[in-house]
Write a protein that binds this ligand. Structure first.
Ligand code: SAM
Length: 274
C-alpha cells in the first residue's frame, strides 16, 4: 500500500464538475498516482493506451517516461482540457466509448499494447471481458477497480469470489493484486475501497484445445445459481455419469471446481448448448 499524500496544488477539479454517469472519481493523491506509475513502469518506446484519462492525473505521471499515449475518453468536455494540458506531449485522444472502441486499430507490429486506466465502476467488468478477446495484441493491463472486482479477478477455487470473471481471466492471464487504494485518494470520494490489479497475458496458451467460447458458456451455466449443485445447474446439458467419469461430484457447487475441472466439463458440452 503506497503512502498517501496531498501535494500542494494536487489536481482537485475546479472547472469541471465530476459526472456521476461517467463514473468520474478523479485521482488526487500524488503518492497513489506515483505508485501506480511505478507499478506500470512505462518506457519511451511503449505503446501505452489509457482508458478514461479524465483530467489527466495518471496521464501526466505516465508522460514522465517520455512515452506516447493514446487515450480513449468518452466525456467530450474533458477533451479540450486534456489537449491544453498536454499540448507539448505525444497524446492521441479518441472521444469514444471504450466499450465500442476497436482496440485492433491501436496495435502496431513492434509493440503490444500496454493498457492502463482508473476505470469507471459501471464499465469495468464488460471492458475486461472485451479486452480478454484481444490478448494477442496486449502486453499487459493495469487497472484501478473496485476492490471487490479485484477480489473476483484474483480469487481461487473454493473462495466465494471464484466465478465467471476469475475463470475467464485466469485461463489466459496472470493476475496480480498490487495494492489497495482508499476513498480519500479521489475527488469525489467513492463509497468503496479500490485496488490496483495487473493482468499479464500468458506466454503460452493453457490447453488450447479447449475453446474459450465453450468454457465461457460452461461457466455461465455452472455459476448461474451459485448455491445450486452442478447437477442442477447443468441438468439439461451434461449427464451426471459424464461428470462422474471426469472425477467430478455432481453434488458439488461450481465454486469448488478448479480451472482444469471446469475446462474438462466444457469439453463435454454438446454443440447445441454452446
Ligand atoms: N484517469 C482519471 C483519474 O484517474 O483521475 C479519471 C478516472 S475516472 C474514475 C473514469 C474516467 O473514464 C472519466 O474520465 C470518465 O469520463 C471516463 N469514462 C467513463 N466511461 C467511459 C467509457 N465508456 N469510455 C471511455 N471513457 C469513459
Amino acid at each position: 500500500m503506497p503512502k498517501t499524500s496531498k501535494r500542494s496544488g494536487a489536481s482537485r477539479p475546479k472547472a469541471h464538475a465530476p459526472r456521476k454517469r461517467f463514473g468520474q472519481n478523479f485521482l488526487t493523491d500524488q503518492g497513489v498516482i506515483s505508485a501506480i506509475a511505478r507499478a506500470i513502469n512505462p518506457h519511451k518506446e511503449d505503446n501505452v493506451v489509457e482508458i478514461g484519462p479524465g483530467q489527466g492525473a495518471l496521464t501526466d505521471a505516465l508522460f514522465e517516461s517520455g512515452c506516447a499515449i493514446k487515450a480513449i475518453e468518452i466525456d467530450r468536455d474533458l477533451q479540450s482540457q486534456l489537449r491544453v494540458m498536454f499540448f507539448n506531449r505525444d497524446l492521441t485522444l479518441f472521444n469514444y466509448d471504450a466499450l465500442k472502441f476497436d482496440f485492433n486499430d491501436l496495435s502496431n507490429e513492434e509493440n503490444d499494447l500496454r493498457i492502463v486506466g482508473n476505470l469507471p465502476y459501471n464499465i469495468s467488468t464488460p471492458l475486461i471481458f472485451k479486452l480478454l478477446t484481444h490478448l494477442p495484441i496486449i502486453r499487459d493491463m493495469h487497472f484501478m477497480l473496485q476492490k471487490e472486482v479485484v477480489d473476483r479477478l484474483a480469487a481461487q477455487p473454493g473462495n466465494k469470489h471464484w466465478g465467471r470473471l476469475s475463470v475467464m481471466t485466469q485461463v489466459d492471464c496472470e493476475v496480480e493484486h498490487l495494492f489497495d487504494v482508499p476513498p480519500e485518494a479521489f475527488y469525489p470520494q467513492p463509497k468503496v475501497q479500490s485496488a490496483i490489479v495487473r493482468l499479464t497475458p500468458k506466454a503460452t496458451s493453457h490447453r488450447p484445445e479447449c475453446s474459450r467460447e465453450q468454457l465461457r458458456r460452461l461457466v455461465q451455466l455452472a455459476f448461474a445459481q451459485r448455491r445450486k449443485t452442478l447437477r442442477n445447474n447443468l441438468r439439461n446439458v451434461i449427464d451426471e455419469a459424464v461428470m462422474q467419469n471426469l472425477g467430478i461430484d455432481p453434488a458439488c457447487r461450481a465454486e469448488t471446481l478448479t480451472l482444469d475441472q471446469l475446462m474438462d466439463l466444457s469439453l463435454a458440452l454438446p454443440e447445441a448448448a454452446i
